[in-house]
Every structure is written in structure tokens, then in C-alpha cells.
Design a protein around this ligand. Structure first.
Ligand code: NAP
Length: 266
């Protein structure tokens, strides 16, 4: 029996248990999956207990960087992203599965980025992971971020993209919202205006609640294809489970599991 958990400041609404349990059941692996909410000030005193209690755990806001000093090794994308969302407890090894989830979401939605122009909004934690994956995949990426200092730091670190201090109004093949604007207390707000989205080919939003953000609604109304972040969340969970099981991830298997999961869970 694999003993797993998701750890964050408030994981009461997390979809992780449902997704991981679904995936592991379909892969024939019995598991338990707990939600562990930890106040930020208590993280240091609770961290060791996580390694003793679980075979593996997922880490979410705001502990993706805080967990790093407790690990012996960062693997895969984790060193480059500077953030860990998946931990194999016994080896104290940290991984980041967001990039895999992001690229598979695009691929399975039929959004090809190689040689395409991409406008990405928001160079925070998720945004910089996506920028790295997009440039590696051969896209010509422009990044708009309202925090000039952060944009400069990400540019110095990753390079390979065009930094934008202002939102342009010109066509891009793909526009991607990584700002988080459109969820929680910003529901109904889009970080890009209709005029810009009307010039872009496909609109992608990492937000999955609401299922259609204002960014996607404006794009859909302009007749554009839209993709929300629900599949990304599922694919990064699938990849995390492959890490726990030391199993090679398979894009076709991931897609089949996602189709079944979304069918069963609306
Ligand atoms: P974050 O670290 O807070 O990054 C958001 C960035 O966007 C910040 O740099 C922020 O700047 C900037 N920003 C905010 N409003 C902006 C605007 N109007 N124009 C330009 N830049 C703006 O957040 P995150 O962890 O990267 O998450 C971003 C989004 O991705 C969230 O919606 C999250 O739920 C989603 N996400 C989804 C998945 C998935 O699996 N689907 C995975 C990871 C993340 P300030 O600091 O100035 O606000």
C-alpha cells in the first residue's frame, strides 16, 4: 500500500487526492492519499514528520521552495524551476512535474508550439516553468509580466525569450495566461483585452476553476480555440505517480486516463 499525501497551507479543496487515487487505482496500485494542511509558521517543525509518515508527497503553495533544504537531491526540472512539487520520501528526492503536465496538455489539445509565436502573461512560479518548456520546444516566446524586477530576473536566468514591459496588441499564434488573474477574487477579470485575444490563434489559461476564465471567454467569443488548465493538473499528477512508482510515463496512457477521469468527473 502506497502512502501518499498533498501538503500545503490549505489543501482542503485540493483535487489531488481524487486524481492520484483515480490514476493509481487504474494502474492497479493500492494507495492511501491524505490532505495535510500546514500553517506556514509550522512548516519547519512538521517537515521531518512528512518524510517519516509517507512514501511520497506532493507539495503545493507556499512550500514548493521551502521543502528544498530538507531534500538530498533535486531531479528532472526541479533544479531549473527552483521549485519542487513531488517528493520521494525515502530518497529525499524532489521533482517538479508542472512542465510535463503543461506540454502534454498542449500536445493532447492539438496545440503545436514548435516554430510558433507565443505570448505568455505572468512570469511567476508556473510562468517561468512554462517559458522554459516552450523555448525548449522551439517556440518563439514573448513574456509580459507587470513586475519589471521579476521579469528581469527571469530573463537573466532563462533567457531565450523577448521580455515585454507592456502588453502588445499584435497577433500571436498562442496566448497563455499564467498570471492567476481570473480566479478567486479576480473572477470575471482578464489580464488581456478582447482586442489582443481576437488577434491570437489559440488561448490557453492555466486556471481550471472557473473552467472558463474571463481570458478564455473573451477568446471564445472572438471565435478562438480555448484550453483551460484542468488537463495540466491531471497530467502533472500522472507524472508524479509515475515517479512514485518508478514507472516510465506514457503520453497515450496519460491521455486515456484523463479522458476517463474527465468523463467520470464531469
Ligand atoms: P505566481 O507565482 O503568483 O505568478 C503570477 C505572476 O503573474 C506574478 O509574477 C504576478 O505579478 C504576475 N501578474 C499578476 N497579474 C498580472 C497581470 N495583470 N499582468 C501581468 N502579470 C501579472 O502564481 P503561479 O504559482 O505562477 O500560478 C499562476 C497561475 O497558474 C495560477 O492561476 C495557478 O492556479 C495556475 N497553475 C495551474 C497549474 C495547473 O496544473 N493547471 C499548475 C500551476 C499553476 P505580481 O507578483 O505583481 O502579482
Amino acid at each position: 500500500m502506497l502512502k501518499l499525501a498533498v501538503v500545503g497551507k490549505d489543501v482542503s479543496q485540493s483535487q489531488s487526492p481524487q486524481m492520484h487515487t483515480f490514476i493509481l487505482q487504474r494502474l492497479g496500485v493500492p494507495c492511501s492519499y491524505e490532505k495535510v494542511s500546514v500553517p506556514p509558521e509550522a512548516f519547519a517543525s512538521r517537515a521531518e514528520e512528512l518524510f517519516r509518515t509517507y512514501d511520497g508527497f506532493c507539495v503545493t503553495i507556499p512550500f514548493k521552495a521551502e521543502i528544498i533544504p530538507y531534500l538530498k537531491e533535486l531531479r528532472g526540472d526541479a533544479p531549473a524551476f527552483g521549485a519542487v512539487n513531488t517528493v520521494r520520501a525515502k530518497e529525499r528526492a524532489g521533482y517538479n512535474t508542472d512542465g510535463f503536465g503543461f506540454l502534454l496538455m498542449l500536445e493532447n489539445a492539438g496545440v503545436s508550439v514548435k516554430g510558433k509565436t507565443v505570448l505568455l502573461l505572468g512570469a511567476g512560479g508556473a510562468g517561468r516553468s512554462c517559458v522554459k518548456k516552450l523555448t525548449e520546444a522551439g517556440a518563439s516566446v514573448s513574456v509580459y509580466e507587470r513586475n519589471a524586477e521579476r521579469l528581469r530576473a527571469v530573463y537573466e536566468e532563462l533567457g531565450g525569450f523577448t521580455p515585454l514591459g507592456e502588453l502588445p496588441c499584435k497577433p500571436f499564434d498562442v496566448a497563455i495566461n499564467c498570471t492567476g488573474i481570473g480566479m478567486h477574487d479576480t473572477v470575471g477579470i482578464s489580464p488581456a483585452p478582447r482586442e489582443l485575444l481576437a488577434q491570437c490563434g489559440v488561448a490557453v489559461d492555466l486556471i481550471y476553476v472557473p473552467a472558463e476564465s474571463e481570458f478564455l471567454r473573451l477568446a471564445r467569443e472572438a471565435g478562438k480555440r480555448t484550453v483551460n488548465g484542468a488537463a495540466m493538473l491531471f497530467y502533472q499528477a500522472y507524472y508524479g505517480d509515475c515517479i512514485f512508482l518508478e514507472r516510465q510515463p506514457d503520453a497515450d496512457e496519460a491521455r486515456e486516463l484523463w479522458l476517463k477521469y474527465s468523463e467520470e468527473n464531469g
